[in-house]
Design a binder for this molecule. Structure first.
Ligand code: NAD
Length: 294
């Protein structure tokens, strides 16, 4: 078997085109969705990520404003800046680029963002919604993966879904979404004693560990759907995922490439959440997303 490629770049563009029409409608009503992006310090990778996000905003008509704050900023000052954006009617979504310097408690920062503007979906309120089977602002990477599965018509109900990696931004919210899609879900992490025992039973395997080539062909059930979240830069400069793509594509039914799989979806879902925030603040959208709506 040779797996079919799930083309994240293409699906992301289809979703962007669809949501751009909603921005056009908002603009006709005199509303331009606005995203405020806070970046603390000048970490080169963070600057690239933020640049990509602001460029993507422009492509669909969202106005984005970047706030470059010095690495020496105190937590109190950062919280005050977030409050300022919480109260700014032109800003519908607030994103604080992570990681933050060590002297700032990230939990206090995420808790400060107004839940109506939490387009990254990391506030406890938004995470809690997932536990109860709701999506208000779903975290972008797992929401993007849900959309990849939906757009590829991959039926999740009743399937064994195995998520490798249990971080708050990817693994845990992903597992909760799959549970709400009626999959039977297992979550593994670095402490899992015998990983293959789980991966070999997975109909849907989602890997988010940051370990290049962790998942090998022998660990994958023939016909499985394999979603590779990992982004790893090898010493020779190549960008690879957590899955041994060449080997695993021989046994899987579907597979995402790296780059061009999950990555483009993450940014796209940030745009979707920001547009939704603008619609909601103008009472033009429901306060939550249905699980069957992509
Ligand atoms: P993280 O470091 O916060 O968490 C990694 C998780 O993987 C942990 O739960 C850890 O226990 C588990 N893990 C590590 N080694 C393992 C092993 N050998 N076996 C089993 N589990 C293991 O990372 P994260 O933020 O969740 O990101 C994971 C990967 O996904 C990274 O490569 C990151 O760059 C990538 N990522 C990609 C996107 C995207 O848009 N494509 C978005 C977020 C993260």
């Amino acid at each position: 078997m040779t797996a079919k490629l799930i083309d994240g770049k293409h699906i992301a563009q289809v979703i962007r085109d669809k949501w751009k029409l909603r921005v056009d409608e908002l603009i006709k009503k005199g509303i331009r969705p606005g995203l405020g992006v806070i970046i603390v310090g000048s970490d080169p990778a963070s600057l690239v990520y933020v640049g990509n996000k602001t460029k993507a905003c422009e492509s669909v008509g969202i106005s984005s404003k970047q706030y470059d704050l010095p690495v020496t900023i105190t937590e109190e000052e950062l919280l005050a800046k977030i409050d300022e954006l919480n109260n700014d009617p032109a800003i519908n979504g607030i994103l604080v680029q992570l990681p933050l310097p060590k002297h700032i408690d990230v939990n206090n920062v995420l808790a400060k963002i107004s839940v109506e503007k939490d387009v990254d979906g990391f506030h406890l309120y938004n995470m809690g919604a997932l536990v109860t089977g709701k999506m208000i602002f779903p975290p972008c990477t797992p929401y993007g993966i849900k959309c990849l599965l939906d757009y590829t018509n991959i039926d999740v109900e009743g399937k064994n879904a195995v998520v490798i990696g249990s971080s708050n931004i990817v693994g845990k919210p992903m597992a909760l979404m799959l549970l709400s899609m009626n999959a039977t879900v297992s979550i593994c992490n670095i402490y899992t004693y015998y990983l293959t025992q789980y991966t070999s039973l997975a109909d849907i395997l989602i890997v988010a560990t940051g370990v290049p080539g962790l998942i090998k062909k022998e660990m994958v059930k023939p016909g499985a759907v394999v979603i590779d979240v990992g982004i790893n830069r090898l010493p020779d400069g190549r960008l690879v995922g957590d899955v041994d793509y060449e080997g695993v594509k021989e046994v899987a039914s579907y597979i995402t490439p790296v780059p061009g799989g999950v990555g483009p979806m993450t940014i796209t879902m940030l745009l979707v959440n920001t547009i939704m925030a603008a619609e909601r603040s103008n009472k033009l959208a429901k306060p939550y997303i249905d699980f069957d709506m992509a």
